[in-house]
Design a binder for this molecule. Sequence first.
Ligand SMILES: [Zn+2]
Length: 306
Amino acid sequence: MEDVYLSDFDPEPALVTETHVPERSRWPVLDMHNHTQWQEDWHYTDISALVDTLDESNVAAYVDLDGGTGARLAHHLERLRGPYPDRFVVYARLNWQWAVQESGQFGELLARQVRQAVALGAEGLKVWKDVGLRIRDLAGNRVTVSDERLDPLWSTVAELKIPVCIHTGDPLAFFRPADNHNERIEELNRHPDWHFYGPGFVSLTQILDEFEELLDRHPDVTFVGAHMAASAEDLGRLRRMLDKHPNLLVDLSERIAELGRQPYSARDFLLKYSDRVLFGLDVSPARPIDYRIYYQFLETWDEYMP
Ligand SMILES: [Zn+2]
């Protein structure tokens, strides 16, 4: 037998199972984690095509996390909420790299940005994983999400009463050596920049501890931990986090692969914490089939889906 390259491995499932893919969700869906624009490219040239997908998939409202600030935010609001005011919610995303390089008082700069964004019409704040992973202050130190210099930002967010969708951490495998034991080695081969192991990086446990410190320090801010708060591999830890921090919600976007491998525990978890888990797709441009996979996973007893 010849060795097969991992990059060529493309097994066809031999299981014969019943599948019941729902056309539409049983109830209207709020997609709390999605995008319309990545970097400078629009995913959608025609927003009405996205709205057709939402109609077909029974998605009542769609949160666009790519609002940015200033002119970019105004453009998102005009483009989405102009024609479809009941369909879209736009979150701001701040210019962290600039703020941290500009001044040691970067919390104040970010607070000012979020205040302006809300004045323009943003209804939430998105914080991406680069905060806590890669962003460094003028002295070269990693800026953690619990950094006290950020307190002015979080106090302002509390005052503005907007939710924060925070993507901190990532799948555990991205924090481990990229070797034959790594369960996401194929993905890391395709995206080497998703590997957060080695000099300059800390463990996922430490990043989650820092996140919990933030949750403790700002109990008046509602945080939505994106992707099951990077804890889908360890639902025990996530239970403890949710029990300890009433200001924490999570979204389940992009984590069916983890939940589906522990279906009994995941079902118990989702039922017990049903008021703390938000729906999110995080696939754009979204197709109806992308939503249907989630409906199949959440609404049916189907056991196997590629
Ligand atoms: Zn996302």
